[in-house]
Design a protein around this ligand. Structure first.
Ligand code: TYM
Length: 327
């Protein structure tokens, strides 16, 4: 069974972009792969965050992922910082990463622009920690949304470079994008991606029905004069419709768009109701899981133990190959 690894940050709400871009694929992959999913708290520390709120944020993400269908018995679900080997491998990979490649990362440039007061070294080294996450388990496949492809290219570069310098150790992991919705756009600005850090841009997986309706109603459709091509806002709504609504419903709205009779209010109303229906079971399961935090903590402790068993073995090999073992 090929090994799969992926991660999600604990800060902010898990939204339909995360779900369609990544989490839905994670759930499917569990059937035929050995899956490891991590709540990456060390990554979340690279931008200002509330330390007191962090433990609850982590438990909340665990509950949401399990509510989506991640099975903590079949898969390994754990918190990144609970397996210390991540930071050790990160350091070793640091020493073989070209600074220029880090400085060219789109996500680094975006975040450095957003957080001008706090361009810390962690923000620059973020993708090295991500590479360490994946290589620590010798994962072969990494299911993510499109915004992570550049980080995964770096991961492959580092695997290749490490293997070249120290001998064959890591497989070069494949990026696994979803067929559709690899990049869900923000509802309030369809030229940027839907993002946890921008309120109004996203629908949280635990959003209440009325909140979902209001967010979809306010979604930007056409911003400028109508051209020949579908505007980004309308295209994004069609992407969501494709994912949440029945095929005949999608076909009906597409036909209306083609012959110029589409009313955005109708499209939005239908879409909102279909999202409400799809998210209801996730919202309910999440609430039930959050009512028993001790069980969630136990699940994560067990996940960390299973992850550590693999991580220890790989790090023993890495230490040996990099000359850190005295013999
Ligand atoms: P994060 O927490 O930002 O997002 C988690 C997953 O959701 C996907 N995603 C989206 N997909 C489609 N449309 C969107 N608008 C959208 N927004 C987010 C992301 O691509 C991601 O797959 N750096 C990673 C976390 C990470 C990781 C890893 C991932 C740390 N180590 C190792 C894979 C492997 C991140 O910030 O994801």
């Amino acid at each position: 069974m090929a090994r799969v690894f992926s991660g999600i940050q604990p800060t902010g709400d898990i939204h339909i972009g995360n779900y369609l871009g990544a989490v839905r694929n994670w759930v499917k992959l569990q059937d035929e792969h050995e899956c490891i999913f991590s709540i990456v708290d060390l990554h979340a520390m690279t931008i200002p965050y509330d330390a007191k709120a962090m433990p609850r944020e982590v438990l909340d993400k665990a509950a949401t992922l399990i509510a989506c269908g991640i099975d903590p018995e079949r898969s390994i679900l754990y918190v990144q910082s609970h397996v210390r080997e991540h930071t050790e491998l990160c350091w070793i990979l640091n020493t073989i990463t070209p600074l220029g490649q880090l400085e060219r990362m789109t996500q680094f440039k975006d975040k450095a622009r957003q957080h001008k007061q706090n361009v810390n070294a962690g923000l620059l080294n973020y993708p090295i920690l991500q590479a360490a996450d994946i290589l620590l388990y010798k994962a072969e496949m990494v299911p993510v949304g499109e915004d992570q492809t550049q980080h995964l290219e770096l991961t492959r570069d580092l695997a290749r470079k490490f293997n070249h310098l120290f001998g064959e150790t890591f497989p070069e992991p494949k990026t696994l994008l979803p067929e559709h919705a690899a990049r869900v756009m923000a509802l309030n600005d369809p030229t940027s991606k839907m993002s946890k850090s921008v309120p109004g841009s996203y629908i949280a997986l635990h959003a209440e029905p009325d909140e979902i309706r209001a967010l979809v109603r306010r979604a930007v459709t056409d911003t400028g004069p109508a051209g020949d091509a579908m505007s980004p806002g309308v295209a994004n709504l069609f992407t969501l419709l494709q994912e949440f609504s029945a095929p005949d419903v999608v076909a009906g709205f597409r036909a209306a768009y083609e012959d110029g009779t589409l009313r955005y209010v109708d499209l939005k109303q239908q879409l909102a109701e279909d999202i409400v229906k799809a998210l209801a079971p996730i919202r309910e399961r999440r609430a039930a899981l959050l009512a028993d935090l001790d069980t969630l903590r136990d699940m994560l402790r067990d996940g960390a133990e299973r992850a550590r068993a693999i991580a220890r073995e790989v790090m023993a090999e890495v230490r040996e190959k990099t000359g850190l073992v005295l013999g």
